[in-house]
Design a protein around this ligand. Structure first.
Ligand code: ADP
Ligand code: MG
Length: 627
C-alpha cells in the first residue's frame, strides 16, 4: 500500500500549535510521557498474554530502550509492548479520544499564559514529543499481527501513514530533535531525566549508549517498595504516570493490608479538580493489579463512584490471575477490598479535617460535591460522611460542620435548618431565612445539585431532624428570641395589621388553585411575602431542577406567606372593608404571588398580566392624592 496523507483532528492541531509554541517551561517532561506510554503498552500486553501466552513467547522480557544518537541528532524510544495497527495509529495519534477532553479544550483560551496552567493540569501525552522534535516517526507492529506501520509527522496539521518493516512486536518512536534540543541525544542528560521522572516505572528502562547498555531505573513496581525508601518526588511522579494528572497529589495513601485479605494500595487524592469529574459515567481511575500484573482500569466495584477522584493502584494477592474482567465486577474479594479502601480513605479524610482544617477546606471545595453523593448511595458510611461534610451557612463565610452547627443551636431549637438553591449569593438573600436570621438561628446554605437528593434521603443527624426553611411551618415561635429581639414583635404586628386574617381570606379566594394556601408568616422580617412548600410536598428548588430537566411538567401549587409586619401588608389589611377596596386587593393578591415567584427565580406563567397589574396600580398610586 502506498503512503497516505491525513489531517489531524481540529483539536489536535490546536493542541499541537500550543505545544509548538513551547508552553512547557520544562520540555524534558516529553520523555516521561513517552516512557509512561511505553510502560502502559507493556502492561496491556502482559495482561493479554495471560490468556494468549503465544503473544509474548518469542520475547517475554518487557522493557523500554532509549537510544540516543548525537551525530544524527535523534533519540529513539522502543518498547516491546502491545503495539498499534494502522487504525489504532490513526485513532490514537490523530485524535484526542480521552474523556474530559472537550471540557479541557473549552478551557483553552489562546492566551499562552492561561493555557499553560490548563495544560499543566492535563498533560499533552504523546504530543509533547513535538516540544523537542521537528519530526516524529512512529513504527509499530501490533502483537499477534504480521504487518508493521509507519506514522510520520512534523506536528503541523498532517501526518502520513504507510506500511513498514519491523521484525518484532511493539512500538519504536524516533525523534528528529530540533537544534535547540539536541541535549536529548546525550546519554548523560537522558539518565538525569529518567531518574527524575521515571524511576518508578516497573519495567527496565535501558539506555543504549554506543555499545554500552545500562538499566537506569529501579525497575520494581513503586508500591511494592517500603514507604521509607520512597521519596515524595517519586510518589509524585508515580501519581503523574498512573493518574494522568499533572498537579501535585493532595494526599498520598500507601498501605499494605495483610491477614484475611492481602493487597497493597497506593492511592492519591489530586489537589486540583480533574476535568471529567462530573462525567455522567462517574468512572474512577484506580488501576487493579493482581500480583504485579496490570488487569484493568475499569473495575467498577473496586472504588465507590463517590470516591472517583481517587487515583492510583490496588494490587491484590488473592484474586486468581485468570479471572475475566467481566466476572471481576461481581468478585467478593473486590467487594471486600472496596469496603476496606473506603473506610481507610474516609478515616484519613477525617483525620485531615481535624488536624488541618484549612487544607481540608481546599479538598472539600474540590471534591465535596462528589463525596456528598455517598450520603444517599452508601448507607453504611453515612455517619462517617455526615461527619466529613462541610457547609456554607448564614453564620459567616467559612465552612461549617454539622457538629459545629449543633453546638451553636439555640435553646428550643430542635431541627437543623437548610435551604437549597443554585447560587450562594441569592440563597443568602432568600426571604424565607429572614426570621431565622432575626432570631440568630443558623441556616445551612446548600447550593450543589446533589444536595436536593441527599437531604431527601437523610432524615436526621444524630437526634436532630434536617428541615428545609422553605417547607412547612417555621417553628420559630418555639425558639427563644435573641437578646436584641426581646420585644414582643408579634403582638406589635397584630396591632399594626388588625384585619390581617380578612386580608388572607381575600387573597386565598382570589388566587384559588394557583396556591395551596395563604397564611401569615413567622419567617419573614423584611420582605412582604414569600412562597413555601407544604410539609409533605416536593421541595421548591427540587421541583425547579426537575422542571429544567423536563422531568416534571405540572406546576406544584405552593403556600403564599404574608408578613404582617411589612408596611405594605399592614396598609392593605387596613383597606379591608373600605368601600371599593376589594377589587384593588385582588390585584395585589396576584402581584404578591408573582413577586414571590420572581424571588424564587421562577418564570412567571403570565408576565404580561403581571406588567399590566403593576403599571395599573402604580398609575393609581400616582394619581391618588396622598392620604
Ligand atoms: P494517554 O496515555 O493519556 O492515553 P497519550 O497521548 O500519551 O495519552 O497516548 C495516546 C494513546 O496512544 C494511548 O492511549 C495509547 O493507546 C497510544 N499509544 C501511545 N504510545 C503508545 C505505545 N508506545 N504503544 C502502544 N500504544 C501507544
Ligand atoms: Mg500517555
Amino acid at each position: 500500500m502506498s503512503q497516505e496523507k491525513r489531517s489531524f483532528q481540529a483539536e489536535v492541531s490546536r493542541l499541537l500549535d500550543i505545544v509548538a509554541h513551547s508552553l512547557y517551561s520544562n520540555k524534558e517532561v516529553f520523555l516521561r510521557e513517552l516512557i509512561s506510554n511505553a510502560s502502559d503498552a507493556c502492561d496491556r500486553l502482559r495482561y493479554m498474554a495471560l490468556t494468549q501466552p503465544e503473544l509474548t513467547a518469542d520475547d517475554p522480557q518487557f522493557n523500554v530502550t532509549l537510544t540516543p544518537d548525537s551525530k544524527a541528532r535523534t533519540l529513539t524510544i522502543a518498547d516491546n509492548g502491545i503495539g498499534m495497527n494502522r487504525d489504532e495509529l490513526i485513532e490514537n495519534l490523530g485524535t484526542i479520544a480521552r474523556s474530559g477532553t472537550t471540557a479541557f479544550m473549552e478551557q483553552l483560551s489562546g492566551d499562552a499564559r492561561k493555557d499553560m496552567s490548563v495544560i499543566g493540569q492535563f498533560g499533552v501525552g504523546f504530543y509533547s514529543a513535538f516540544m523537542v522534535a521537528e519530526e516524529v516517526e512512529v513504527v509499530s507492529r501490533k502483537a499477534g499481527e504480521e504487518t508493521a506501520w509507519r506514522w510520520v509527522s512534523d506536528g503541523k496539521g498532517e501526518f502520513t501513514i504507510d506500511e513498514a518493516e519491523k521484525p518484532s512486536r511493539g512500538t519504536t518512536i524516533t525523534l528528529k530533535l530540533r537544534e535547540d534540543d539536541k541535549e536529548y541525544a546525550e546519554a548523560l542528560r537522558l539518565r538525569t531525566v529518567i531518574t527524575k521522572y521515571s524511576d518508578h516505572i516497573a519495567l527496565p528502562i535501558v539506555l543504549q549508549d554506543g555499545d554500552k547498555t545500562e538499566t537506569v531505573n529501579h525497575a520494581a513496581a513503586l508500591w511494592t517498595r517500603s514507604k521509607s525508601d520512597i521519596t515524595p518526588e517519586q510518589y509524585k511522579e508515580f501519581y503523574h504516570h498512573v493518574g494522568h494528572g499533572f498537579d501535585d497529589p493532595w494526599l498520598t495513601l500507601h498501605n499494605k493490608a495483610e491477614g484475611a485479605l492481602e493487597y497493597t494500595s497506593l492511592l492519591f487524592i489530586p489537589s486540583m479538580k480533574p476535568f471529567d469529574l462530573f462525567d455522567p459515567e462517574r468512572k474512577h481511575r484506580v488501576k487493579l493489579y493482581v500480583r504485579r500484573i496490570f488487569i484493568t482500569d475499569h473495575c467498577e466495584g473496586l472504588v465507590p463512584a463517590y470516591l472517583r477522584f481517587l487515583r492510583g493502584v490496588v494490587d491484590s494477592e488473592d484474586i486468581p490471575l485468570n479471572v475475566s474482567r467481566e466476572i471481576l465486577q461481581a468478585n467478593p474479594i473486590v467487594a471486600r477490598m472496596r469496603g476496606q479502601i473506603t473506610k481507610r480513605v474516609l478515616g484519613e479524610l477525617s483525620r485531615k479535617a481535624a488536624d488541618a482544617p484549612e487544607e481540608y477546606a481546599t479538598f472539600w471545595e474540590n471534591f465535596g460535591p462528589v463525596l456528598k453523593e455517598g450520603l444517599y448511595e452508601d448507607m453504611e458510611q453515612r455517619d462517617a460522611l455526615l461527619g466529613l461534610a462541610r457547609f456554607r451557612s448564614t453564620d459567616g463565610d467559612g465552612w461549617v460542620s454539622l457538629e459545629e452547627y449543633v453546638s451553636r443551636m439555640k435553646p428550643g431549637q430542635e431541627a437543623i435548618y437548610t435551604i437549597t438553591g443554585d447560587d450562594l449569593d441569592l440563597v443568602r438573600k432568600s426571604p424565607q431565612i429572614e426570621g431565622f436570621r432575626a432570631k440568630g438561628v443558623e441556616v445551612l446554605l446548600l447550593t450543589d445539585a446533589i444536595d436536593e437528593f441527599w437531604t431527601g434521603a437523610i432524615a436526621k443527624y444524630k437526634e436532630h431532624p434536617l428541615k428545609s426553611v422553605t417547607r412547612g411551618g417555621a417553628d420559630l415561635s418555639k425558639i427563644a428570641a435573641s437578646d436584641e429581639d426581646k420585644k414582643d414583635a408579634d403582638k406589635a404586628a397584630d396591632e399594626k395589621a388588625p384585619n390581617i386574617q380578612s386580608l388572607v381570606a381575600i387573597f386565598k379566594l382570589t388566587l384559588g388553585e394557583a396556591v395551596k394556601d395563604v397564611r401569615t408568616s413567622e419567617r419573614l422580617t423584611d420582605s412582604a411575602c414569600c412562597l413555601v412548600a407544604e410539609e409533605g410536598d416536593m421541595d421548591m428548588h427540587l421541583a425547579r431542577l426537575l422542571k429544567q430537566h423536563k422531568q416534571l411538567d405540572t406546576a406544584q401549587p405552593r403556600v403564599l406567606e404574608l408578613n404582617p409586619k411589612h408596611p405594605l401588608v399592614s396598609g392593605l389589611s387596613a383597606m379591608v372593608g373600605k368601600e371599593g377596596a376589594t377589587d384593588e386587593l385582588r390585584e395585589f393578591a396576584w402581584l404578591f404571588l408573582d413577586q414571590a415567584r420572581i424571588l424564587e427565580g421562577e418564570q412567571l406563567p403570565d408576565p404580561t398580566a403581571f406588567a399590566k397589574r403593576l403599571s395599573g396600580l402604580l398609575e393609581k398610586g400616582l394619581i391618588r392624592p396622598a392620604a
